[in-house]
Design a protein around this ligand. Structure first.
Ligand code: UDP
Length: 344
């Protein structure tokens, strides 16, 4: 199988590539991205073909490879809430416009697309567990610009689904729920204060700056270790007996639900226990901050986000394995190592 991954140097792209190259001797990956810093050993693997390029520029290369490959994974997107409020137009241009063009090429060349939807499409849904084919997708008013990402992704989901039901496209949509792990975001963006929560808190701990709990940190997320997520994605790509054909599948770990406050406490405890930091003289305080102060007026939070994973269990015969504390420990340790190497 030939797989085209656009955004192959991203968090999901590079982990997936590494796993495919290690476990699937008959699969070849064609990847494109702006940079290579996460790709490591994959770059020298003969079953990995890489182009340093831009989805907005290298259109001929992309079209040629869509024609050539069996499956297309368009993973290029801005997926960081701070950026939804800072630059909503960039989110729209990249996440919607660029990607809808890729989807249309998949229609044109009759190629299967495995597309990243997002847990964010459920928005402020109040159901205790979000179900792919039943739950309401709930967003806020237009002046809350945070929702542009959710809307872009939701419309793409609907476009892809409509092509599917008209027999013009074979697709699988997957919805990651707060995946975490090594190289989630770059520590540099976290040091500037615009990163997803786990990397942000790790960066604060490293710099001994306060950890900010937006609105008291009572909002809950289900953090999913990337290795579990990637295992599910590999099964989606395998698509045994076409089981994932035209399906939407949540990929998350409902057992790992915790509040942002609990998350801060876990990370701080793990940091304090770490051999390199157990003798530090002081540690980050955990402080409350208002959402307006932290994100600006265009932000609105999501208080619960828990997936139903019944479909993933049934279709993929998959179960997440890695608990909350272990997920945080593995993620923290990898960032500490990365930071150590950067300092040396
Ligand atoms: N958050 C926080 N402090 C931070 C960064 C994020 O309290 O320094 C909160 C944020 O308001 C949200 C949660 O952590 O409720 C998760 O944020 P993230 O950016 O990881 O993305 P989300 O899960 O909202 O898509």
């Amino acid at each position: 199988m030939k797989i085209l991954i656009l955004g192959v140097n991203g968090f999901i792209g590079h982990h997936l590539t590494k796993r495919i190259l290690a476990e699937k001797s008959g699969w070849t990956v064609y990847g494109m991205d702006l940079g290579t810093e996460r790709l490591g050993e994959s770059l020298t693997n003969p079953r990995f073909n890489f182009l340093e390029g831009d989805i907005a520029i290298n259109k001929e290369w992309i079209e040629y490879h869509i024609k050539k490959c069996d499956v297309v994974m368009p993973l290029v997107a801005i997926a960081t809430p701070k950026l939804y409020v800072e630059d909503p137009i960039a989110v729209y241009n990249l996440d919607f416009e660029m990607n809808v063009n890729i989807v249309k090429l998949c229609v044109k060349y009759h190629k299967r697309v495995v597309f990243p939807s997002t847990s964010e499409v459920y928005g402020a849904c109040t159901e205790p567990e979000f179900k792919e084919d039943e739950s309401f997708l709930v967003t806020g008013p237009i002046n809350k610009e945070r929702w542009i990402y959710s809307c872009c992704k939701q419309l793409l989901d609907r476009v892809i689904y409509a092509y599917g039901t008209r027999g013009q496209l074979e697709f699988t949509l997957f919805r990651p729920f707060n995946w975490v792990g090594p190289r989630l975001d770059s520590l540099n963006t976290a040091k500037e204060g615009s990163s997803r929560v786990v990397t942000q808190f790790i960066a604060e701990l490293l710099m001994n700056r306060p950890i900010n709990l937006v609105d008291g940190g009572r909002q809950k997320r289900c953090f999913t270790y990337v290795d579990d997520g990637i295992a599910a994605l590999v099964r989606i790509l395998e698509n045994k007996n076409d089981i994932c054909k035209n399906q939407i599948i949540n990929i998350g770990n409902p057992a790992n639900e915790c509040s942002v406050k609990e998350l801060a406490e876990i990370l701080k405890k793990l940091f304090q226990e770490h051999p390199e930091h157990k003798n530090d003289k002081s540690y980050s305080e955990i402080l409350d901050i208002s959402a307006d102060t932290y994100y600006g007026k265009g932000y609105q939070d999501i208080y619960t986000r828990k997936p139903s994973i019944e479909k993933a269990r049934k279709l993929l015969n998959w179960e997440p394995q890695i608990g909350l504390e272990e997920s945080m420990k593995l993620t923290l340790n990898s960032f500490l190592e990365e930071n150590r190497n950067a300092v040396i």
